[in-house]
Design a protein around this ligand. Structure first.
Ligand code: C5P
Length: 220
């Protein structure tokens, strides 16, 4: 069977990872965190001491990239070869390098092909795919497409609550730098035609999950 796809995009700190993971749990879908794939590639580039701002170096890393990822929202992990990198890919040094890796067009093309086959071969009833260009490039024909946004100040506060050692101002600066860099490559700040915008600025986690579930129930 072809899995039903729910596409969700949004900027850093919008809550899309935690929200889509919880929605996937509740409706029995798989969950694909595409940002984790770009992060793992950036991690691998750093690990092998490549210049993450140089397209040729990045392509070299991408050409031999033994990546695997769990689609199970209850048992999420990311691996490069035999090394589990689930935690390591969230480190600030990776966050700072990932945009450089993600702006290489050939890398994006290879990633998108990989995402589509991961989903197609999953054997799952449905998958929530989450990222920046899912609603527009990876799965523009998905029956449900959502853009999750939130005020930048609120996003920075949520992010710094996750990363306990950093102050909100520093997180806000790093996050805005990454968003600005990412936005040059894909537009995830405006909802494309047919994409449902959900603004979580004034919603808590449960309310955001409910707002997504409301939109999603149509296809279940
Ligand atoms: O979602 P997350 O913040 O973990 O994504 C990390 C980075 O991966 C983003 O900042 C962006 O550079 C890249 N990305 C992308 N396209 C996607 C998902 C993530 O370019 N679909």
């Amino acid at each position: 069977q072809t899995p039903a796809i729910i596409a969700m995009d949004g900027p850093a700190g919008s809550g899309k990872s935690s929200v889509s993971k919880e929605v996937a749990r509740r409706i029995g879908f798989g969950y694909l965190d595409t940002g984790a794939a770009y992060r793992a590639l950036a991690w691998q580039a750093l690990q092998t001491e490549r210049d993450t701002s140089d397209a040729t170096s990045v392509l070299e890393v991408a050409s031999d990239f033994p990546f695997s990822i769990s689609l199970d929202p209850d048992a999420f992990w990311v691996k490069v070869g035999d090394t589990e990198v689930t935690e390591a890919i969230r480190e600030p040094r990776v966050s700072d390098a990932v945009s450089g890796v993600a702006r290489v067009a050939l890398v994006r093309r290879a990633m998108n092909a990989m995402f589509r086959s991961l989903v197609a071969d999953s054997g799952l009833r449905g998958v929530i795919i989450e990222g920046r260009d899912i609603t527009t490039v990876v799965a523009p024909d998905a029956p449900v497409r959502i853009l999750l946004s939130a005020d930048p100040v609120v996003r920075a506060a949520r992010r710094s609550a996750e990363l306990t050692s950093l102050d909100t101002a520093a997180v806000a600066v790093a996050m805005q730098r990454r968003d600005a860099s990412d936005a040059q490559v894909v537009d995830f700040l405006e909802a494309a035609p047919g994409v449902i915008p959900i603004d979580s600025t004034d919603l808590d986690f449960e309310q955001t999950v409910d707002a997504v579930l409301e939109v999603v129930t149509d296809i279940l």
